[in-house]
Design a protein around this ligand. Structure first.
Ligand code: FPP
Length: 246
């Protein structure tokens, strides 16, 4: 039985979030520069996006560039930004073909103007697509996201738009970059690292985690299927007992 046939399409994660890690080590293993790893990482992005859409996953979020990634060498940051622009240009057709809507989260004002422009264009052109929402986390940091939400809510309290007593989880949720997305069901991280790295800290409260040693440029459809099969074997109890779930 192929891995694909083992997937129960009635029990897919509604929101899959991926920390794409290992581009640099992949390139180093091949005696190449880190940029070569990132370039090859874009191929795994395309394969994964198309495979998720085909399976019927409704929301896929990719951690493409963190707030901390700005501290990388200038040349690497420039390379990543150029890759983003070229990928957005090139992959608009892939998104259209697969009926995928592009979304982005993060401190987007920090991105170079060229990236912002390309991003806005693709978001605008794909806004009516409904099969899957692909969210790119760019210049994204979860602590910053939560801090911003707290500031926005505080401002509304100060201006008597909302009262402190009404602040609940849904109000905080509505002030996050991810306000239109459901909670994350499954987080996948490649490259053997077992960390969350400031990614969707609020949204992963009840997520399942799947770690693989595979480096991101080597990540294939089959690896994605393995992650989903593993997810489908878990019992998600959300704090309840096993008996209550059954
Ligand atoms: C982590 O590998 C990867 C990144 C910081 C960037 C991810 C970017 C891409 C996959 C390419 C462009 C993305 C899109 C959405 C088109 P690393 O550099 O930290 O690897 P290392 O830990 O082995 O050094």
């Amino acid at each position: 039985m192929s891995l694909l046939n083992k997937i129960n399409t009635d029990n897919l994660p509604t929101h899959l979030a991926i920390i794409m890690d290992g581009n640099g080590r992949w390139a180093k293993q091949k005696g190449m520069l880190r940029a070569f790893g990132h370039e090859n990482g874009t191929k795994s992005v395309r394969t994964t996006v198309e495979a998720c859409a085909r399976l019927g996953i409704k929301n896929l979020t990719l951690y493409a560039f963190s707030t901390e990634n700005w501290n990388r060498p200038k040349l690497e940051v420039e390379t990543l930004m150029k890759l983003l622009i070229s990928s957005l240009k090139k992959e608009l057709a892939t998104l259209e073909k697969n009926d995928i809507k592009l979304n982005s989260i993060g401190n987007l004002d920090h991105l170079p103007k060229g990236v912002q422009k390309e991003l806005q264009e693709v978001i605008e052109k794909t806004k009516n697509n409904t099969r899957m929402t692909l969210t790119l986390a760019l210049s994204y940091g979860s602590r910053e996201e939560i801090l911003n939400a707290v500031k926005k809510i505080s401002d509304k309290v100060k201006n008597n738009i909302i009262s402190i007593d009404t602040i609940d989880e849904s109000i905080l949720n509505n002030h996050l970059y991810t306000h239109d997305l459901p909670d994350v069901d499954l987080v996948v991280r490649t490259s053997g690292e077992h960390r969350i790295s400031n990614f969707l800290l609020w949204q992963i409260a009840y997520a399942e985690f799947y770690f693989t040693d595979v480096l991101w440029p080597d990540f294939t459809e089959e690896h994605l299927y393995e992650a989903i099969i593993s997810y489908q074997k878990r019992e998600r109890r959300f704090g309840k007992t096993s008996e209550q779930i059954q």
